[in-house]
Design a protein around this ligand. Sequence first.
Ligand code: AFD
Ligand code: MN
Ligand code: MN
Length: 396
Amino acid sequence: MTDRQTDALVRALSAFQIELPSWGFANTGTRFGKFLQPAAATTTEEKFSDAGQVHHWTGVCPTIALHVLWDLPRGVQDTGPVRALAVKYGLRAGSINPNVFQDQIYKYGSLGNPDPAVREQALAHILESVEIAKGLGSRDLSLWFADGSNYPGTQNIRHRRRWFEEGLRAAHSRLADDQRMLVEYKPFEPAFYHTDIADWGMALLFAQSAGPKAKVLVDTGHHYASQNIEQIVTWLLDLNMLGGFHFNDRRYADDDLTMGSIDPYQVFRIFHEILHFEWETGKRGDIAYMIDQSHNLKGKIEAMIQTVTTAVELYAKASLVDHEKLAHCQAKCALVDAESCLKDAFSTDVRPAMREWALSRGLAADPMDAFRQSGYLERITAERSQKNMAAVTSYA
Ligand code: AFD
Ligand code: MN
Ligand code: MN
């Protein structure tokens, strides 16, 4: 690596942070069932404790995303205890995720439901989530909706679009000056004919209509197989509408696989577009990097450490691109040389530099190995398995 690259890499490693999902430490599964793990977290405190381990060994995950109904079941009353957990485990509350998809009343949608009473109840929950975010000092309200329909002709899509506009505007009006709302899109699942916020264009229009604190959230699993995600990212960057990411990988659908396990080069290209934009504009993108995964088969904490170290590695690789040379090659249409600027960076092994950087910060050179040596997993397995596996026998 050249001196320029070494400097760029150290700057990247020192700046990069990625948010952990509380739900990533709890038992979750697929619609075909879930395989309970003896050490899985079942309380908010256990989720904080496990997330605290990932941050302790990696040093790059200071915040944890929270799901309101799952982590703060009593709503704003739980902000005090959650703030205490954050202090106890060396984390900060991150993005706040309302839940308007699992209660029975949301069968035909939430903000898009044809029943105004359900729309009102969904909005009330979202407004309470805004207050929870304020109580926790969280900046981002992360909005994902399962709304849609399963068959042609069963819903008026235009009416639903307008109801969503109304609801998102109302939510936006309650945000504090320093808060944001991130509008997430998803083309399918659990609705299988239409989803009310199906693609980046719909999310962009909803965010722009809601107000200036609304941005778009890109979940990498929420795209059709051949979509060019980095093109969407760089468009949103140029429009100052990129709020953040939910990172995961996918082979077929919204599989929420470990980041970079299927297509690491795609993640690299996303990071590259952001870093090239920042180089070109001299501005640092105000982008929330977040993980949205919860593993059914891999061990919860190990899978999270694996995802985090992969994210750091791909971001570090992307930081090696020679932006000056790339801009020149693009202008001249020197195609092979331009492409090589990316491929050379992507093929550079940055792991030795990552280890050196980690040691220089008093962190573990190998977070996975350090976690495994710590005995934490054995301890929580002993503490939790009786409670967790009792559920299994009751399943039997
Ligand atoms: C599911 C949804 C969506 C949402 C996440 C957390 O597909 O990605 O952001 O749950 O609520 O993965
Ligand atoms: Mn998501
Ligand atoms: Mn998803």
